[in-house]
Design a protein around this ligand. Structure first.
Ligand SMILES: O=C(O)COP(=O)(O)O
Ligand SMILES: [Mg+2]
Length: 229
């Protein structure tokens, strides 16, 4: 289904985009930073296939999952344990250097952003990636000029799947649930959109883990953002 089909006469409006796994394949750099962190802590490297499954809920949970070497890590341990704090600090330092080095923009993204902007749509990034990494990555990828607003995982007190970051971006850009769309790759994006009452487009190529993205309640699921045009 195209965006015009989703919105009928009310389009154009506001489009909110997830970043990792939706606009940019950032897993190579995230995996390199995770593996540097594990190596410094004398642990075996995880590798990109595992790291791809761990991305989507922010850096702290990525590091927790890497320390547990499992996506099924449960948030039971204290937030203040020394190992986690060390690991997170090493990851931040490594990713600051690596961010954008081997990341690539997915096919269809530039075309989609250009067409939406031409139609007068206002664009925002709403990501769980920590804010300090968002602008550098967008700049590396040459995407920063498309966006009126970026919200990182630590910009507000809560992150996706909480609907607040989506609502905040929508309202800042004068959108309403009837004129706004969320585009993402994971359950966090879809659940945030459902909770905000905003229609949601999901992409199949990203970093979602668990049940297939087609089964998570998105209004439409695509293999490329070019399909939306
Ligand atoms: O940092 C993450 O975990 C992922 O960020 P995303 O919300 O752009 O997928
Ligand atoms: Mg994502």
């Amino acid at each position: 289904m195209s965006l015009n089909g989703l919105f009928n006469a009310r389009w154009p409006g506001v489009a909110l985009f997830d970043l990792d796994g939706t606009l940019v394949d950032s897993a190579p750099d995230l995996a390199a930073a995770v593996d540097q962190m594990l190596e410094q802590l004398s642990r075996p490297a995880a590798g990109i296939d595992k790291v791809r499954q761990w991305v989507g809920n922010g850096a702290a949970i990525l590091v927790r999952r890497a320390l547990a070497n499992s996506v099924d890590w449960e948030p039971v341990d204290s937030k203040n344990d020394a190992l986690f704090n060390d690991a997170l600090a090493i990851f931040y330092q490594a990713y600051t250097q690596l961010n954008g080095q081997h990341s690539v923009v997915y096919d269809g993204v530039e075309e989609c952003l250009r067409r939406l902007a031409e139609q007068g749509c206002r664009l925002a990034v709403v990501t769980n990636k920590p804010e300090q990494f968002v602008a550098p990555l967008l700049e590396h990828m040459g995407l920063e000029h498309w966006f009126d607003l970026t919200i990182g995982g630590d910009t507000l007190a809560v992150k996706k799947p909480d609907p607040a970051p989506l609502r905040h971006a929508m309202e800042a850009l004068d959108g309403t649930p009837g004129t706004t769309v969320m585009v993402g790759d994971s359950a966090a994006d879809i659940n945030a959109a459902l909770a905000a009452g905003i229609p949601c487009v999901a992409v199949r190529y990203g970093y979602n883990y668990g049940p297939p993205v087609d089964s998570l309640g998105a209004d439409t699921v695509v293999d490329s953002l070019a399909e939306l045009l």
